[in-house]
Design a binder for this molecule. Structure first.
Ligand code: 9MR
Length: 368
């Protein structure tokens, strides 16, 4: 191990050196600053008709939003537009208009796409949740849905969140909330991965959840399940931590270490929905101190991904706060994203850019 004080002295010495006139300019966008093998993504906001989003999808209506989304990012995740609630207005029909708009935008801007999501307990249409379908019907519906949706975007979606949030905080499968697991048993999870793999053999297939940033009961449950599925030959390729962080909770300091144990199973890892909310002072504007702490959380989450060589995808959950899910869900909290509402960058954006730039020519990981 390198003596730390020597390394620190060397860094300090380098910082004092004058910048040579021929030094390459620091890249000015997140996507340009990212090292090879890492895409930097954002959620593509919207979904249109959800009650917390009384605005049209900004990707079709807000030019400033489109400019930033296209310029800064190399990966897009539909925030809502590939969920059952949006894609399946009725049992017989599919509506791909909003999802197509994102996938087309990504193609036009040289971006990859993370598909989100196929098997989840939330945002299912009422006709599905209240349909009193038999197990046989539900199984056929899920199979058809996965084949149709994954098949439609085959070759255009890099990673799929096949199963989202299947465990609760105690590491117990959501056997009552999740219609698929409740009605069809836990074996349906393996089938969902198999069907997705049939529809797009090149897409990386993920388990995705929040609250799994640390080594805890929930991430342990994933670890055990994934080991079991891999032993059965089920095509599981990735494990991702959403990383909806809150300044009040502190930073999950073992994030890299936790991702690394999944990487050691041979999996890809990813940070998929990073935002850092905070309790806002009276008046609603974050303090300088809060913004600095937030920037540090963003920096540390990115560094954790950079420190794990199988972490190829790092995504923030939306751009300006006016399109963020946070204020609608946590009334006293907000300011969770990396842009102000006029699309000027917050300190958190600078922190990400600097951290990427420091790793641009390869990952300077703390693994050594
Ligand atoms: O950001 C999404 C918001 O617009 C939706 O109303 C909400 C509905 O559940 O889902 C939000 O995204 C969630 C994501 O799909 C899964 N992880 C948690 C995200 C924040 O709730």
């Amino acid at each position: 191990m390198k003596p730390l004080h020597l390394a620190a002295t060397a860094v300090a010495a380098v910082m004092l050196l004058p910048v040579p006139a021929h030094a390459a300019p620091q890249p000015s966008t997140l996507r340009d600053a990212a090292p090879d093998g890492l895409v930097v993504g954002s959620a593509a906001a919207g979904g249109g008709h959800h009650e917390d989003q009384p605005y049209p999808d900004p990707i079709s209506s807000d030019q400033a939003y489109r400019d930033v989304l296209g310029r800064e990012f190399s990966s897009l995740s539909p925030e809502n537009q590939m969920k059952w609630e949006y894609v399946r207005p009725t049992r017989e029909t599919y509506d791909f208009a909003a999802a197509d708009a994102i996938v087309d935008f990504a193609a036009q801007h040289g971006q990859v796409v993370r598909g989100h999501t196929l098997l989840w307990h939330s945002q299912n249409p009422e006709w599905l949740e209240n349909g009193n379908f038999s197990a046989e019907e539900l199984r056929a519906m899920l199979r058809e849905h996965i084949h149709t949706v994954v098949g439609r975007y085959a070759g255009r979606v890099q990673q799929w969140d096949v199963a989202n949030e299947i465990f609760d905080e105690s590491g117990t499968l959501r056997t009552t909330e999740n219609i698929w697991i409740r009605e069809l048993g836990p074996g349906i999870i393996a089938d969902a991965f198999r069907w997705a793999h049939e529809a797009d053999p090149n897409a990386k297939l993920f388990f995705n959840d929040y609250g799994v940033e640390s080594d805890n009961a929930k991430s342990d449950a994933y670890y055990a399940l994934i080991q079991d599925l891999l032993a059965q030959g089920v095509p599981v390729h990735g494990f991702s931590a959403q990383a909806h962080l809150d300044l009040d909770d502190g930073f999950p300091a073992d994030l890299a270490q936790n991702l690394r144990r999944f990487a050691d199973l041979g999996l890809d890892t990813a940070i998929t929905e990073l935002d850092v909310r905070m309790t806002l002072p009276q008046g609603g504007a974050p303090t300088e101190q809060q913004l600095a702490e937030q920037a540090d959380f963003y920096r540390r989450a990115l560094q954790a991904c950079l420190d794990v060589s199988s972490c190829h995808s790092f995504t923030v959950w939306g751009l300006p706060d006016k399109y963020s899910w946070v204020p609608g869900t946590f009334p006293d909290q907000g300011a969770a994203t990396i842009y102000w509402d006029d699309f000027t960058p917050k300190p958190a954006h600078h922190a990400l850019l600097n951290t990427l730039s420091a790793n641009a020519s390869g990952r300077a990981t703390s693994e050594g």
